[in-house]
Write a protein that binds this ligand. Structure first.
Ligand code: GDP
Length: 195
């Protein structure tokens, strides 16, 4: 999938705003502050293409990026933001459900998990939604540079145990750092290998 330049296409707040499902896409999901914008910037080699500092009001859009002319990269709104109003959370959940269940061209979801925090209940909920929507997903650990190799081991074990509960999950994790560059080429290759 990963061919050609990456450009911002549009932010979507309703299902009818989605671009035509005429090419494959991958999406990125994660709790607010997990490092999703930084990862997308690192992956695409374009600093600032995804907003690196999100405010609650601006994170409620599904952001579409073009990957060349053949595919889309989709940045889902960050979830689990404690201060978001109930109505905003409800709208977001409805949009997310519709998107995941209704996007036949979605090839894979990447679920971002902070290396320091592991899987939280809200991540479990998203993974369960992915199972129900039959969207294959893969976990990407972020900010690995913040942990030493020994400190990351129990987190890897916790995430691997969690993935056993999810039929839609790929067993392989990708450990990344947008700062240090760890895992970025691997993730790019995974995306490139999808068709
Ligand atoms: P988002 O809310 O998921 O889009 O998260 P951001 O990409 O805005 O990152 C949230 C915070 O984590 C920012 O202060 C980033 O600088 C920091 N951050 C993101 N990725 C990394 C990383 O790989 N390593 C370190 N040390 N910090 C990171």
């Amino acid at each position: 999938l990963f061919a050609g330049p990456v450009d911002f296409l549009k932010g979507v707040v309703h299902m009818d705003g989605l671009p035509p499902a005429d090419r494959p896409e991958v999406c990125f999901a994660g709790r607010s502050n997990v490092g999703k914008s930084s990862l997308i910037n690192a992956l695409t080699g374009r600093k600032g293409i995804a907003r690196a500092s999100n405010t609650p009001g601006r994170t409620q859009e599904i952001n579409y990026f073009t990957l060349g002319e053949r595919s889309y990269l989709v940045d889902l709104p960050g979830y689990g933001f404690a201060r978001a109003p109930v109505a905003v959370v409800a709208r977001w959940q409805a949009l997310l459900k519709s998107y995941l269940a209704g996007r036949p061209t979605l090839r894979r979801a990447f679920c971002l998990i902070d290396s320091r925090h592991g899987v939280k209940p809200v991540d479990h909920e998203i993974m369960t939604l992915l199972d129900r929507s039959a969207v294959p997903f893969q976990v990407v650990l972020t900010k690995a540079d913040k942990l030493g190799p020994n400190a990351i081991r129990p987190v890897l074990e916790q995430v691997e145990a969690e993935l056993q509960k999810h039929p839609a999950a790929f067993p392989e994790l990708v450990v990344t750092s947008s700062e240090g560059g760890q895992g970025i080429a691997t993730l790019r290759a995974i995306i490139a290998g999808l068709d």
